[in-house]
Design a protein around this ligand. Structure first.
Ligand code: NAI
Ligand code: HPV
Length: 586
């Protein structure tokens, strides 16, 4: 009877309100836990159980939380701003952070316009007044938008959308954004100005649409407010903290700023007696509780957008809007996938085959990786780089929670002292049965020639090596591979050429190229009950074929059905047997 193996579905935690439209995409293949109202402590206690976390602006994804997340592959922000996510910590842990860069842009822009008009026409005050039974027409006279100057700080997606709508109102549009696209600005009738001060002086309305980053925190403080007209109205639908709340309250009290419309605050929800709560309570302020993205349409958009990306990541594919990973087009990703497998095998083969050279803390090795043939034309080699690092490190790191991927490969390589130089060569592969191949060359360091002199000093139980061949250790180590029929092959290992599939348990023996070696190894393995699945004899690579003390050597690669015991490994190494034997699992 065959007992089916139970593989639990990956789990997704959703601690905030996310629209069901996207969640429907997840529910069939994953276990979806919608758990609103969790405290930071409760979230930390359960995060280790989840592969994905989907959030909005309320959940604080701290380094501490990410440290407790043992299996987390993705943090998906159903919205734009990722200022509530410690992206640096996520990158270190190899956790992809994705967002929905445009799903709620229109909602945020329309909300900005709604606040602008609400302040200009006293809508909040007038509504409260009439509901209280009053009829105060002369106290509530407003101003018009038409003909006024709207100054925009941050002319990105939301800023430009606000500009297009305001243009329809007949407003004069100016903006400050040192990185803005001048063509898009001109198309939206916006005049870009070179300094913040200049737009502050001219603004009848000022609206902010930058992310909250070091350069934008407190960018409008008392000094900046002092440059503005007394009647100016300030709008913030971006992030709390970009306009200093205390300074603004003071200016409103002093009558040096006319009014404000705010959707976002330094503390959300605002605590009592904070600058945020004082601003909200001010009679010249119209405030909303972070509703910029809260429309049915925007919530559907962002939910579908991030849920599709979560599905992609949990299926081993790359997302379209990663904040901390390169964007790779699906077509390119498909082309690269077999080479990703090859590079991971090559890295793992290196670490296991040359295990005596690899210190578990640091490699201190320089690798040259060359992509030759058609592969030299690809746009990004990042997935290949990451696969190589993963292959190099996985055999010597605990896999428990250790996630090596395109997100953190560079950081991890640096931490381990691995230096990888990538090169491309458009070598003609017409005479070869493949269109591309990859060469990994580990450059020998001088100290290598002083390393181990006999098998007993090896730090690998799977390696035996003759003392007479130490000269070979001071040479570069070379592994070459190619892909055929989507399958990875190794075509060269050091000075030896021979094709083999890097898969399963392989016994790699270096021996004198003389009669009887195959029989000797075969009979030893047979006696130990180890079955040989395939065998490949690799002679010397032709470029190294010059007569020297190694030219009579060959490499024997045997695919075996189980690991070979230490006794058998030692028995292989005799004068009539092999010079070196390594066991690798790929
Ligand atoms: N209240 C809400 O519910 C929502 C708020 N937002 C927030 O709106 C803001 C803007 O979002 P997007 O337009 O999508 O971002 P974006 O990335 O498209 O645009 C941001 C713009 O700010 C500019 N910028 C950056 N640093 C600057 C600086 N120091 N001075 C001037 N300009 C600077 C950039 O060049 C860029 O053009 C974000 O903070 C986002 O989180 C977005 C959606 C909803
Ligand atoms: O997308 C953004 O940046 C927002 O601020 C929207 O926040 P929310 O998802 O509504 O909590």
């Amino acid at each position: 009877m065959v007992i089916p193996v139970y593989t639990p579905k990956p789990k997704i935690l959703i601690p905030e309100k996310v629209s069901p439209d996207g969640l429907a995409l997840l529910k069939e293949r994953f276990e979806v836990d919608e758990r609103k109202g969790l405290s930071a402590e409760e979230l930390k206690d359960i995060i280790a159980n989840y592969e994905a976390l989907i959030i909005r602006s309320e959940t604080k994804v701290t380094a501490e939380l990410l440290g407790a997340a043992k299996k987390l592959q993705v943090v998906a922000r159903a919205g734009v701003g990722v200022d509530n996510v410690d992206v640096v910590a996520a990158t270190k842990h190899g956790i992809i952070v994705v967002n929905s860069p445009s799903g709620n842009i229109n909602a945020a822009a329309e909300h900005t316009i709604a606040l602008m008009m609400a302040v200009a026409r006293n809508i909040g005050d007038a509504s409260a007044s009439i509901k209280a039974g009053k009829w105060e027409r002369s106290r509530l006279v407003g101003i018009e938008a038409q003909g006024k100057t709207l100054a925009i700080v941050g002319l990105g997606k939301v800023g430009l959308t606000v500009a297009r709508i305001a243009n329809g109102f007949g407003m004069r549009l100016i903006a400050y954004d040192p990185y803005a696209n001048p063509t898009l600005a001109a198309a939206a009738s916006v005049t870009l100005k070179p300094s913040l001060a200049e737009i502050l002086e001219e603004a009848d309305f000022l609206t902010l649409h930058t992310p909250l980053i070091a350069s934008t925190r407190d960018m409008i403080n008392a000094a900046e407010l002092a440059l503005m007209k007394k009647t100016a109205i300030i709008l913030n639908v971006a992030r709390g903290g970009m306009i200093n709340e205390d300074a603004l309250v003071e200016a409103l009290d002093a009558g040096t700023i006319g009014g404000a419309g705010f959707d976002v605050f330094t503390s959300e929800p605002p605590q009592a007696n904070t600058s945020a709560s004082r601003l909200i309570a001010h009679p010249k302020v119209v405030a909303t509780p972070h509703l910029g993205a809260s429309t049915k349409e925007a919530q559907e958009n962002v939910s579908i957008d991030v849920c599709e990306q979560v599905v992609a990541i949990l299926s081993g594919e790359l997302p379209r809007s990663a904040v901390n990973a390169p964007i790779i087009l699906p077509e390119e990703s498909r082309t690269l996938q077999p080479y990703v497998n090859l590079l991971e095998k090559m890295g793992s083969l290196y670490t296991q085959h040359y295990s005596s050279r690899v210190n578990s803390k640091s490699f201190r090795t320089t690798f040259d990786i060359t992509y030759e043939g058609a592969l030299a034309n690809i746009n990004t080699t990042k997935p290949l780089f990451a696969a190589l690092v993963k292959g190099l490190l996985t055999p010597i790191t605990s896999s428990d929670g250790f996630n090596i991927n395109i997100v953190n490969a560079e950081i991890l390589a640096k931490e381990r002292g691995i230096l990888i130089n990538e090169q491309r060569s458009r070598e003609n592969t017409e005479d070869k049965p493949y269109s591309s191949f990859v060469t990994l060359r580990a450059r020998a360091s001088r100290s290598l020639s002083h390393q181990r002199t006999d098998a007993s000093r090896s730090n690998s139980p799977n390696s035996t090596r003759t003392p007479v061949k130490q000269a070979a250790e001071s040479e570069d180590q070379v592994i070459q591979g190619f892909v055929s029929g989507n399958k990875p092959f190794i075509s060269r290992l050091d000075r030896f050429k021979g094709e083999f599939v890097p898969s399963g348990t392989l016994l790699i023996c270096r021996n004198f190229d003389s009669c009887g070696k195959i029989g000797f190894v075969g009979s030893l393995l047979g006696k130990a009950g180890v079955n040989i699945k395939f065998m490949n004899v690799a002679p010397l690579h032709e470029v190294d074929g010059a007569e020297d003390e190694f030219s009579s050597e060959a490499l024997m690669i045997l695919g075996v059905d189980k690991p070979v015991g230490e006794n058998v490994m030692k028995a292989l190494y005799t004068t009539e047997g092999v010079l070196e034997a390594n066991l690798v699992t790929l």
